[in-house]
Design a protein around this ligand. Structure first.
Ligand SMILES: [Zn+2]
Length: 475
């Protein structure tokens, strides 16, 4: 029997507001336990929450960027459950009237365009954090996170493969970061994801019973957790068993999902309208203002890069994942760099250096105009492509200009034919056996001679002249 997977993702994104969603406490990450709390976010009786307008604006921004309809009437609801990190005994969330609905985003998987529907985006507050360490018969509760504004972005069950799930997650993260509404930092938990996974025989319309996989905090784990869950469910069905609706926990260390508890239904939470907060009626005028203020988003930018700069789609895709990288690319091109060369240097050495040091582009001293200047030196023949790699690394490390580095280190390319000829003659005279073998047909040895001359000229010989001279003299 052939099966098809049906996957929906629920993504929790922490909004980048300075203060919490219903009080004035700071949302800064990494402060001492319980130092960013007040009567409202620790749930004292009699206090009244007030909505942070910035959080509402960010949710609307996200809805507009993901093709959602912004609700003209929206309101908060209480989601009731007991847990030690939730001192009120309920979480303020949205239930019947979310702020955004009926959107979609597009992802490219194996060259194919796929549209993934977004059911809804709603606002809610985060809970605190239980810390089980110290070894005693006790746990700690840190409420700094209680009341931090979250968006829950719920997709339609449109996703069909683990790869599609991670591509959806990547695209969503890119959009949130372009919008400046979430930093997308998955390690710190500002972006996390639960996956609803089920399988059904290929061609069947009805969905199979689904399991919800919680605790996924990287793109790699989205793919792995979903893949594991699909295989597990198919195995259960093939062996004559039944899938139970449940919540499972992704264990990244062991690469498996494990049953955590039977899945709650919505009625388990006894949702009811939050009586302490008024309904939200966002004015059209304000929504239009937010729409006008949206930045150019990754998909549009990608198309513009392909048509405007003539770079391949693959390049445009990589360059537009982060807005800072896209801006850097455009600045370098505007400073006179040829688009494809600039793209190659960014995707090659620049990204490699940054990844090796786990740095962001903002942290490196190299400026876009400096790359453009170096490319001009290559075009003019002042330095060779090989030397350019040395110059680029020095620029990356020190922020010095290419021209200065070339002068300081004496890296100007040798394009004087007699100087190269002298080195070629010496290489030929010094290796008679290799010359014989080359002339007998072992053409791979050409590379050996190129290497010898480059060594003698410290890599500065003009490669084109060198190749021509070698062929002439050896042939
Ligand atoms: Zn507070």
């Amino acid at each position: 029997m052939k099966y098809e997977a049906v996957i929906g993702l629920e993504v929790h994104a922490q909004m980048l507001t300075e203060t919490k969603v219903f009080c004035g406490c700071s949302t800064k990450f990494g402060s001492g336990p319980n130092t960013q709390t007040c009567e409202i976010c620790i749930g004292m009786p009699g206090v009244l929450p007030v909505l942070n307008k910035k959080a509402l604006e960010y949710a609307i921004r996200t809805g507009l960027a993901t093709n959602c309809t912004i609700s003209s009437y929206s309101r908060f609801a209480r989601k009731n459950y007991f847990y030690p990190d939730l001192p009120k005994g309920y979480q303020i969330s949205q239930y019947e009237h979310p702020i955004c609905e009926h959107g979609f985003i597009e992802v490219v998987v194996d060259g194919e365009n796929r549209r993934i529907g977004i059911t809804r985006i709603h606002m809610e507050e985060d809970a605190g954090k239980n810390i089980h360490e110290g070894g005693g018969n006790y746990s700690f509760v840190d409420l700094n996170r209680a009341g931090v504004p979250l968006m829950e972005i719920v997709s339609e069950p449109d996703i069909r493969s683990p790869k599609e799930a991670s591509e959806y997650m990547k695209k969503l993260r890119a959009i949130l970061r372009y919008l400046g509404v979430c930093d997308g930092n998955m390690e710190e938990g500002s972006l996390r994801c639960d996956a609803n996974v089920s399988v059904r025989p290929l061609g069947q319309k009805e969905f199979g019973t689904r399991a919800e996989v919680k605790n996924i905090n990287s793109f790699r784990f989205v793919e792995k957790a979903v893949e594991y869950e699909i295989k597990r469910q198919i195995k259960v069905i093939d062996e004559g068993g039944k899938i139970v609706q449940e919540t499972r926990l992704w264990d990244s260390a062991r690469g498996i999902t494990e049953s955590m508890r039977s899945k709650e239904e919505a009625h388990d939470y006894r949702y009811f309208p939050e009586p302490d907060l008024v309904p939200i009626i966002a004015e059209r005028k304000w929504i239009d203002e937010i729409r006008v203020g949206l930045p150019e988003l990754p998909d549009v930018k990608k198309k513009r890069f392909v048509s405007g700069y003539g770079i391949p789609e693959y390049d445009a895709d990589l360059l537009t994942t982060e807005k800072t990288v896209a801006d850097w690319f455009e600045d370098a091109v505007k400073s006179g760099g040829q688009a494809k060369s600039v793209s190659n240097w960014i995707m090659g050495d620049l990204m490699r250096f940054l990844n090796e040091e786990n740095k962001s582009l903002e942290e490196c001293p190299l400026r876009p105009a400096q790359l453009a200047e170096m490319l001009k030196l290559v075009d003019k023949g002042t330095i060779s492509g090989k030397i350019a790699k040395t110059v680029f690394e020095e620029m990356y490390r020190t922020g010095k200009d290419a021209g200065d580095i070339v002068k300081e280190k004496g890296l100007v390319q040798i394009s004087d034919e007699s100087a190269i000829e002298k080195a070629v003659d010496e290489a030929i005279a010094g290796h008679p056996q290799e010359v014989e073998r080359f002339r007998a047909g072992d053409e791979k040895l050409l590379g050996f001679f190129v290497g010898q001359v480059m060594k003698a000229t410290k890599g500065k010989a003009n490669p084109k002249m060198l190749n021509e001279l070698l062929k002439k003299k050896l042939g």
